[in-house]
Design a protein around this ligand. Structure first.
Ligand SMILES: C[S@@+](CC[C@H](N)C(=O)[O-])C[C@H]1O[C@@H](n2cnc3c(N)ncnc32)[C@H](O)[C@@H]1O
Length: 291
């Protein structure tokens, strides 16, 4: 985007620019590298969304913010060869990985589209679904209003998003272990775009209804996530330090700080080790609505 002298990007435009850069840069690379581990950890979530969204044979489904296709592939199987699914994402590298994984599973009913959901030119879907892909819009009401155009008459939307950090010990325990090793960090702004952008159910209802969607059905989803993906404590430590908040906090820190923080995470996670699993509680919302 070219700006005139003295002109500033609005904050929504800044968010869009930052998200595009992050998911096409370091963020996307990390997700591609860690996807098979992440898929195993998040398998209970994918299953819960699939059952909540209940895709029918032959339906046309749009997976918004599909990333490397964790749920796209499951939806593609669920709708069968007569069904059609589109994985939509702003990250080219993640979509390329999704396409590769679809070939491995011999799934031929998926199309991958690189576009921003808040402005993509799409239509004809029976189901709009998303796993953790709808919390990153700089202007959520505008984005959700735009996405209503994607829906067929009688269509539905079903997505999953995180509740707050206190409801998510799988993240909070490692983050609390790392905090004492780093300078104090600013506390996050409620409802700001990001992982916890839809933690408040009243805010979700506000965004959806302002955007013209029906008052949403919002259900709690509580599961234990194996952050080791069956690989034991060391695998849990690798995953925790290589993706997500802890990874971004530790990036660029001196080696001795990283080592001490990793040791603290190891101590904090040890009580959760059971054989080769490291399971901690996770809290999410399953959200359903109609256009
Ligand atoms: C946390 S990842 C989740 C990926 C995938 N759904 C999964 O569960 O593995 C969030 C995804 O949303 C995508 N995303 C963020 N903003 C987007 C936008 N405005 N339009 C489309 N995709 C977006 C990112 O590129 C990223 O792939």
């Amino acid at each position: 985007m070219r700006l005139l002298e003295g002109q500033k990007l609005t904050s929504a435009e800044n968010v869009k620019k930052d998200q595009l850069a992050f998911w096409n840069g370091q963020g996307g690379e990390i997700w591609v590298a860690r996807q098979s581990h992440t898929d195993m950890t998040l398998e209970p979530v994918s299953k819960a969304l699939l059952s909540f969204a209940n895709p029918g044979l032959g339906e046309h489904v749009l997976d918004v913010g599909c990333g490397c296709g964790a749920t796209t592939l499951d939806f593609a199987e669920a709708v069968g060869p007569e069904g059609r699914i589109v994985g939509l994402d702003i990250s080219q590298s993640m979509l390329t990985e999704g396409e590769r994984r679809a070939r491995l599973r011999d799934l031929n009913n998926i199309k991958w589209i690189t576009a921003d959901a808040s402005e993509a030119d799409l239509e004809g879907y029976d189901l709009l679904a998303s796993t953790f892909g709808l919390m990153f819009f700089g202007e959520p009401v505008g984005a959700f209003a735009h996405m209503r155009r994607f829906a067929n008459p009688g269509a539905r939307m079903a997505f999953v998003c995180w509740r707050n950090l206190d409801a998510n010990p799988w993240m909070k325990v490692p983050m609390d272990a790392v905090r004492p090793h780093l300078p104090p960090r600013p506390t996050g702004t409620p409802n700001a775009p990001g992982m916890f952008g839809f933690a408040d159910p009243d805010y979700i209802s506000h965004v959806l209804t302002e955007a013209g969607w029906s008052a949403p059905q919002i259900e709690r989803l509580d599961v234990d996530l194996d952050i080791a993906a069956g690989g034991g404590l060391n695998a849990a430590l690798t995953q925790t330090t290589q993706i997500g908040a802890v990874n971004s906090w530790l990036r660029g820190q001196p080696g001795d700080v990283v080592d001490a923080a990793t040791e603290s995470i190891s101590k904090a996670l040890t009580p959760y080790v059971e054989r080769e699993t490291v399971k901690l509680a996770a809290g999410m919302w399953l959200v359903g609505s109609t256009p």
